[in-house]
Design a protein around this ligand. Sequence first.
Ligand SMILES: [Zn+2]
Length: 186
Amino acid sequence: MKCPYCKNHRDRVVDSRTVGSGSEIRRRRKCLSCGRRFTTYERIQESVLYVVKKDGRREPYNRLKVLEGIQRACEKRPISRSDIENIVNKVELDLYEHFDREVTSRNIGELVMRELKGIDNVAYVRFASVYRAFEDSWEFSKIAAELGGTTTGRSRSSARDASGDSPQAQGTSPYPPPAVRPKRGT
Ligand SMILES: [Zn+2]
């Protein structure tokens, strides 16, 4: 640590103590050249990843949102809770490996779809069909409402890679209605 007085780089720590809620360490140092003391603070780097929404707004990455989104897509599918956890883990590994600080909601959606595609086609198509809403809002609760509700209003299929047989048969929703959950405060 460079001494603020004489710019020497050699010092000795004379006292260390945690401050705040233990996330910070305060050190008193003594310069070995000029003998003066100074203080440094050491803090855990918060590795908060921010999700950039389509409108440019940002919000902290939230694992639960990804989890719930996948859960909805996997409702009534033979996919276990631990499978879903695994998907989220893989997605997160990718996120933290390839994105520093910021990731777009689109990127996350694509990662989720890539994982689902290899596991369950129905879940994949479900997720793909609400992909745009996912991208727009980064709000899985809204997506869930859309899943159970009026998907017939939309003529275009947003499931781009979906196989030929349309998963969105007009009139009848192939999706089970989602369980209504109390909206969580943000
Ligand atoms: Zn000094």
